[in-house]
Design a protein around this ligand. Structure first.
Ligand SMILES: Nc1nc2c(ncn2[C@@H]2O[C@H](COP(=O)(O)OP(=O)(O)OP(=O)(O)O)[C@@H](O)[C@H]2O)c(=O)[nH]1
Ligand SMILES: [Mg+2]
Length: 203
């Protein structure tokens, strides 16, 4: 589907501050440096829309990107700040980050899909990821797991990593698990199909 226009509608660090417009929202969640901003750029075929960095903690606010696809398929991509960034003092980490995300996830915003990103090289979620996943399960928001940086694994290691993630995420609850590479575009078509399906279900 053709994208007509993309703009960043809002960047905020204030809990409870949202865009005026209600469109289906696709939410990107994951620890710092896992590749959230790179995934957004890759899906939208833009190099520098969402700022990426080798230094963790780049995205400290919530960003709303408005994706104009000519009407019914319009949506927002919501780039949440990464968690588990060691250089941020613990107090700020616990309070500001958690409040920002908790307020948003608990709001009446029209979220249609949450994408939980996990680094594919780690062969499983970290402790913080698990906390986030439990949090997500409580919200009952439809969600999928995106295994990032798939290009960094050899084919044989990929299959092994998939199996380990499936086991640890208890794949029985039927949430898609999609290997993704922002470098090669692997997973892009599959993820767009899922996004479109979730948007269509709300209309
Ligand atoms: N090889 C490879 N590198 C990636 C991929 N995705 C992201 N990276 C790299 O990983 C680093 C972090 O990527 P970001 O997209 O900035 O990560 P983020 O999750 O937005 O990080 P925060 O904003 O700190 O929460 C950058 O150096 C990216 O180039 C990928 O699919 N393959
Ligand atoms: Mg980022």
């Amino acid at each position: 589907m053709k994208i007509h226009n993309i703009e960043r509608t809002l960047r905020t660090r204030n809990a409870g501050h949202y865009p005026d417009e209600y469109l289906p929202e696709i939410v990107f969640i994951g620890r710092s440096n896992v590749g959230k901003s790179s995934l957004i750029n890759s899906l939208l075929s833009r190099k520098k829309l969402a700022a990426t960095s080798r230094t963790p903690g780049k995205t400290r606010a919530i960003d709303w990107f408005r994706i104009d696809r000519g009407g019914r398929a319009n949506c927002f991509f919501v780039d949440l700040p990464g968690y588990g960034f060691a250089k941020v003092p613990k107090k700020i980490r616990e309070e500001a980050w958690a409040r920002l995300i908790d307020t948003y996830l608990g709001s009446d915003r029209p979220m249609v899909l949450a994408l939980q990103l996990l680094d594919m090289r780690r062969h499983g979620p970290t402790k913080l990821d698990e906390q986030m996943i439990n949090w997500l399960r409580e919200t009952r928001l439809p969600h999928a797991f995106i295994l990032t940086k798939a290009d960094k694994l050899k084919q044989s290691n990929k299959l092994e990593a998939m199996k380990k993630f499936e086991a640890s995420l208890k794949k029985a609850d039927n949430h898609p698990l999609i290997p993704y590479s922002a470098v090669t575009g692997e997973g892009k078509n599959q993820l767009w199909s899922l996004i479109n399906q979730c948007i269509a279900q709300t209309q």
